[in-house]
Ligand binder design. Structure first.
Ligand code: ADP
Ligand code: MG
Length: 288
């Protein structure tokens, strides 16, 4: 039987935007010492807008760089893809067809357009593959950049910006007041991660991690004795959500994240992580 105090808390949690899928996740929430947050879609809104399209090749027009990129992104569900396709729509451009599409998880996408091999990839991908950044390249700290390679030639890049959710700052502040650490974990580049982490006054950030590495980072924190909650929205967050002591999915995110997590933030509001912890404490203090 469900104790009365727990039954009451279920109704209360619903009111505060929490879907408790796993009772023990709720029960254990009072033990959390660290909350790890995914960036895109979790602390940020997850809607990218194209802010610059830079061609590095005189023969390649910016609009063509955009549409070649869009051809690949049509096959992707990443928020970056949505932002790029939105720009194409605004400019009313036609998108060429593509074959041999392949996602490079956590790093980008590839495919063949007009017989040319195209890669749309992260700065991390360039680093790993020892491809030099363009001369004088200096991205704005708050922008996510994807590089476009055509037949293995770095041919241009597209900058995109997302916005921090208005609720995120208060959520981090409240956690810190409870002496709970807040850590940012993202596949995005270090500059953006540093900027978001600093803006929100978080304890630290871990950037340019591949989806499989997110899980490893959670394990490392656990080995240091932290009781870790992971909050994320993406398909790429699911293994980390499963590894964490408490997995918290953002409601607006992927189905896989919601299926994996013990708790879902129905309103996608990071402040509800704080509500979860205070409800957990209030509920279980009366028991035991
Ligand atoms: P996050 O941890 O912020 O959710 P991801 O792991 O999904 O990030 O992606 C990490 C990086 O990989 C992105 O910032 C981007 O540079 C690159 N990337 C991922 N998917 C795509 C895509 N569809 N198109 C272009 N770049 C992508
Ligand atoms: Mg995300």
């Amino acid at each position: 039987a469900v104790p009365l105090v727990v039954a009451k808390s279920t109704a209360l949690s619903a009111k505060h935007g929490l879907l408790i899928k796993n009772r023990s996740a709720f029960e254990n929430s009072r033990k959390i010492t660290t909350v790890v947050f995914d960036k895109t879609g979790t602390l940020t809104i997850g809607k990218f807008e194209v802010s610059a399209i830079i061609s590095l090749n005189k023969a390649l027009k910016e609009n063509d760089l955009l549409t070649i990129t869009a051809a690949l992104e049509q096959n992707s569900e990443h928020p970056i893809a949505t932002g790029i396709l939105q720009k194409v729509k605004e400019l009313k451009l036609a998108v060429p067809s593509i074959v041999n599409f392949k996602a490079i998880t956590g790093q980008g996408v590839q495919g063949t357009v007009n017989g040319k091999m195209i890669l749309v990839v992260s700065p991390g991908y360039l680093k790993v593959n020892k491809i030099a950044l363009p001369d004088g390249f200096n991205a704005n700290d708050t922008e996510t950049v994807v590089f476009v390679m055509i037949n293995n030639q770095l041919s241009g890049y597209i900058s995109l910006s997302d916005r921090i959710r208005p609720e995120s700052a208060a959520a981090i502040k409240a956690l810190k007041q409870e002496n709970i650490k807040a850590i940012l974990l993202t596949g995005d580049n270090s500059k953006v991660a540093a900027s978001v982490s600093k803006t929100l006054n978080m304890d630290s950030f871990i950037a340019e991690v591949l989806p499989g590495q997110k899980l490893e980072k959670i394990k490392e924190l656990q080995q240091k004795g932290e009781f870790v909650a992971m909050t994320g929205d993406g398909v790429n967050d699911a293994p980390a959500l499963a590894q964490a002591d408490i997995g918290i999915a953002v409601g607006s995110g992927s189905d896989i994240a919601a299926e994996t997590a013990g708790i879902v933030l129905v309103n996608s509001n990071p402040n509800d992580v704080v509500s979860l912890i205070s409800f957990g404490k209030a509920t279980y203090k009366k028991m035991v």
